[in-house]
Design a protein around this ligand. Structure first.
Ligand code: GBH
Length: 476
């Protein structure tokens, strides 16, 4: 088992989860600042106002990456630092741009290849208030296109661009369950506004069109000179039928991936929404206009893959409620024979299943004709980790074993199955603000001591990562 000699590996983070400094240097508010301020939305009542303070510690973070041997780093830009009000006629904040230009220069100087995500969920709040943010089919894609152009122009040295992180989460968690900002849902106990039967499908559609617009700008105006590549990052679990003998479970397991991933990837690679989604959602799933489809179809230079876990899937009753977003099915940690998918972690949705990583790499490769894949996130929390103190908390053997098994599964997919995987970024470089879970759930290979000035200390998994990759990356 092996990975190609030019394989890139490193770590990933996102602006709102690590930067802090939310009031600094002219940054505008984002929907996450607003959401965190609503009592009850974040488990421990915290927010991202300080987080890891990475905005003020760029050289410390780069030194850390270098020490760990990383050859790539994926991070996201805070749109509201660059255009505080977000819109295409709003003022630009040069200090925000300068910050990221210098960060990219410093990464390159350290020999680390930057992967920039344009939007990792933190939509400028002013756009949400002005016209409904992601719900607006005309305005949002145009404002995103403008923001993308400003950034491409300012940072020509970055060669790897990701438009959106996990549009599934923005759509479903933001507009169906209300678990994430802006928290809209039909559940009136959670939100006075929202329509879970329609809004998530509209938002998903608008994100696809906005992605297509940004890609067109990059290809038309920058690609020839800057020679970079651009894609979108999608999240999705692998699935196994709860009862492999029941064809309805087999079909449901496949449908689960279609509702999570093909919702976005089919329009991009195949030029249409999956039949299973059209069948269940009817006209609640928007239709592409010819102009929109021309923007979306063929709009990935590479596939950005976020992957963490797998589920057993049982078929539903054929009559899903209007707020169903899974595809008329249920997910389970145990199958019919009582076999468990993997051990528990601190995250209710995450159980390690490395074989599923290989399974999904193959599933994607077959459906989308072996695209270039960058794994833009993969990692795990550990049950009870946050209850530990130093030095025990640094001894994350469970996380190390997770990485070892997932990296080996990926190497097998590469050398034995012909999957075209070109890079891997572990989630995450350091413990950080885990959205609705606050700081109670840790994903870092580096421990962050929030009680003591955000001090960083490498865990065991951080120190072992280079060794794991050295063992599988081919030498020229
Ligand atoms: C990533 O999403 C994010 O990109 C990153 O910011 C985050 O810190 C990291 O995971 C760790 O959580 O509420 O039952 O419907 C991972 C994919 C998809 C995992 C949605 C949680 C919630 C399922 N996420 N899922 S549910």
């Amino acid at each position: 088992m092996s990975l190609p000699s030019d394989f890139l590996w490193g770590f990933a983070t996102a602006a709102y989860q690590v930067e802090g400094a939310t009031q600094q240097d002219g940054r505008g508010a984002t929907i996450w600042d607003t959401f965190c301020a609503i009592p009850g939305k974040i488990a421990d009542g915290t927010d991202g106002s300080v987080a890891c303070d990475s905005y003020n510690r760029t050289s410390e973070d780069i030194a850390l990456l270098k020490r760990l041997g990383a050859t790539a780093y994926r991070f996201s830009l805070s749109w509201a630092r660059i255009i505080p009000l977000g819109g295409r006629n709003d003022p630009i904040n040069q200090v925000g741009i300068d910050h990221y230009v210098k960060f990219v220069d410093d990464l390159l100087e350290a020999g680390i290849v930057p992967f920039i995500t344009l939007l990792h969920w933190d939509v400028p709040d002013a756009l949400d208030k002005r016209y409904g943010g992601l719900l607006n089919r005309e305005e949002f894609p145009l404002d995103f296109e403008h923001y993308a152009r400003v950034v491409f122009k300012a940072i020509p040295k970055c060669k790897n661009w990701i438009t959106f992180n996990e549009p599934w989460c923005s759509s479903i968690l933001g507009y169906s369950t209300g678990f994430f900002a802006p928290g809209r849902t039909s559940n009136r106990a959670k939100s006075p506004v929202g329509d879970s039967s329609r809004e998530p499908w509209i938002v998903g559609h608008n994100l696809l069109v906005a992605h297509g617009r940004a890609v067109k700008v990059y290809r038309d105006e920058f690609k020839a000179t800057n020679k970079g590549q651009i894609g979108i990052t999608l999240n999705g679990d692998y699935t196994y039928p709860w009862d492999p003998e029941d064809p309805r479970d087999v079909e449901a397991a496949n449908r689960k991936i279609e509702f999570a991933i093909s919702w976005f990837a089919d329009p991009i690679y195949l030029g249409k929404y999956p039949d299973s989604m059209r069948k269940q959602l009817g006209d609640r799933l928007p239709e592409f206009t010819p102009e929109e489809l021309a923007l979306v179809h063929g709009s990935n230079d590479f596939y950005g893959m976020n992957h963490y876990t797998a589920d057993y899937v049982k078929h539903g009753n054929g009559n899903p409620p209007p707020e169903d977003y899974l595809g008329d099915l249920s997910t389970h940690p145990y199958n019919k024979h009582g076999e468990c998918i993997g051990p528990e972690t601190q995250s209710f949705w995450l159980r390690p299943n490395p074989e599923g990583f290989r399974g999904l790499l193959n599933w994607l490769s077959k459906r989308y004709n072996y695209p270039a894949i960058y794994v833009t996130e993969n990692g795990t929390s550990i049950k009870g980790e946050n209850d530990l103190k130093e030095p025990e908390i640094l001894n994350d053997v469970f996380r190390y074993e997770y990485f070892r098994d997932y990296i080996n599964a990926m190497a097998k997919a590469s050398s034995e199955d012909g999957v075209n995987v070109k890079g891997y970024m572990a989630w995450s470089l350091m413990d950080n603000f885990e959205w609705a879970e606050g700081y109670e759930t840790r994903f870092g290979v580096t421990y962050v001591n929030y009680a003591d000035g955000q001090q960083r200390k490498e865990k065991y998994s951080a120190k072992k990562m280079k060794e794991l990759f050295d063992a599988v990356i081919k030498k020229d």
